[in-house]
Design a protein around this ligand. Structure first.
Ligand SMILES: [Zn+2]
Length: 331
């Protein structure tokens, strides 16, 4: 895996304290690379096999599991140690980068560069029409603007460019594959505040995945979604564009609502009730953490429910995204 493995193997998860020390001591702290959790029933095994080295750590994309893998565990859920490391890093970076005025900016406009990966210049070949891309940008603005029923955030999305790329050898795109690395290395543009959104056919039955913000911007940074998950797509009931809403949430530093299950600080957000496992469909009234307050947050964009079921971010998630923006993506 060339540079991928070299870069990653230099930062085993066990070196967490050293990484934090380095971050404190340098102007440009190294990225903290969360490892995939290896489990017999997860997709991690596939990704690790693709990476060619089952012992190295990976940047953890946050994949949304598709309908062809019902009940499958999230291949990219972080361990408690990885979350703790990310939290420390975020706190340190935020403290260093926030200005005296820490009030949330009125509006943060994120330029979006859409890379349409196809195997042929047909809809069936992945070459989705401009109307679907425009509709996706509108869905993001509605969701992040609080116009679907959730808390409003300052984030707005502006389509900057659409790049159409016909590459049969990138179709489908495999998560954490050499092909994904090559694709992003060739195509990614802009700084940490530019959202690179790749659409195509995805391997492993996935609807999408995303990188979390990292201290050091790399070509990996971005969101990958199934083309037919865009509004008007064919991937029912994930055809209203909320796969991108969910993945952009990760790109803005949100965890899944079921991160950490029923114990501890979960997704590190105070106003999202704890959730023991992902929810699929729209299981109204579900309560997987009986000893914790609140029903499962099945309507939250950071769960795994159907697009029609998810419609909100909470105020706590908005605060976390803004803090993450300041810590990692501003400037
Ligand atoms: Zn996710």
């Amino acid at each position: 895996m060339g540079s991928h493995r070299t870069r990653l193997s230099a930062r085993p998860a066990g070196l967490a304290p050293a990484v934090v020390m380095i971050m404190l001591a340098t102007a440009a702290p190294p990225a903290v690379v969360p490892a995939r959790r290896v489990g017999p029933t997860t997709g991690a095994a596939t990704a690790l096999r693709l990476a060619g080295d089952p012992t190295c750590v990976h940047p953890a994309p946050a994949a949304r599991v598709g309908p062809r893998a019902p009940g499958r565990r999230d291949p990219d859920e972080l361990t408690a140690a990885q979350v703790a490391l990310r939290e420390r890093e975020t706190t340190i970076r935020y403290a260093r980068r926030a200005t005296a005025d820490r009030s949330a900016p009125k509006a943060i406009v994120i330029p979006v560069v859409v890379h349409v990966i196809s195997k042929a210049r047909t809809r069936a070949g992945g070459d989705i029409p401009q109307s679907m891309i425009d509709a996706q940008i509108a869905v993001l603005n509605q969701a992040y603007g609080g116009r679907t029923g959730g808390a409003p955030s300052p984030f707005r999305f502006k389509l900057a460019k659409v790049q159409r790329v016909t590459r049969p050898d990138w179709y489908p795109i495999g998560v954490a594959s050499r092909q994904e690395q090559t694709m992003k290395a060739k195509l990614r543009v802009g700084g940490a505040g530019t959202l690179n959104l790749y659409t195509g056919l995805l391997g492993d039955g996935l609807l999408g995945w995303s990188t979390f913000p990292e201290a050091k911007l790399t070509k990996d940074d971005g969101v990958v979604v199934l083309a037919e998950s865009l509004p008007g797509g064919t991937m029912k009931p994930f055809d209203a564009g909320d796969t991108a809403t969910h993945e952009v949430g990760h790109w803005l530093n949100l965890y899944h609502t079921f991160q950490g299950g029923c114990t501890g600080a979960g997704d590190q957000v105070g106003d999202t009730p704890s959730e023991g496992e992902p929810a699929f469909g729209c299981p109204t009234g579900r309560d997987t953490c009986r000893t914790r307050p609140g029903l499962d947050p099945i309507h939250n964009f950071m769960d795994y429910t159907s697009d029609a079921c998810m419609y909100q971010f909470t105020a706590g998630q908005v605060n976390r995204m803004v803090q993450g923006w300041v810590a990692y993506r501003q400037h």
